[in-house]
Design a protein around this ligand. Structure first.
Ligand SMILES: [Zn+2]
Length: 78
């Protein structure tokens, strides 16, 4: 009798896992994939809203949620 209950329980867990269920104390949290950090931190780049030049976030002039490569482009957009 108990064997049946355990057996059904195992099947239920198996089905649960099959549909993507996670059991925290069995499934370890997914480790970050190796290789993703090979390049280190790449500076985020954005495109100048006027001339389309790619600039780093550090160099960009942000104005009204748009980024510009220089004051000239910023002035042109106004
Ligand atoms: Zn520009």
């Amino acid at each position: 009798m108990w064997l049946k209950v355990i057996f059904i329980g195992i099947i239920l867990v198996f089905i649960y896992r099959l549909v993507g269920g996670k059991i925290p104390f069995i499934d370890k949290p997914e480790a970050p994939k190796e290789g993703e950090h090979d390049f280190g931190k790449i500076e985020a780049t954005s495109e100048c809203a006027t001339c389309g030049t790619y600039i780093t976030e550090a160099d960009a002039i942000i104005y009204q949620k748009k980024s510009y490569c220089s004051n000239d482009c910023l002035e042109k957009s106004k």
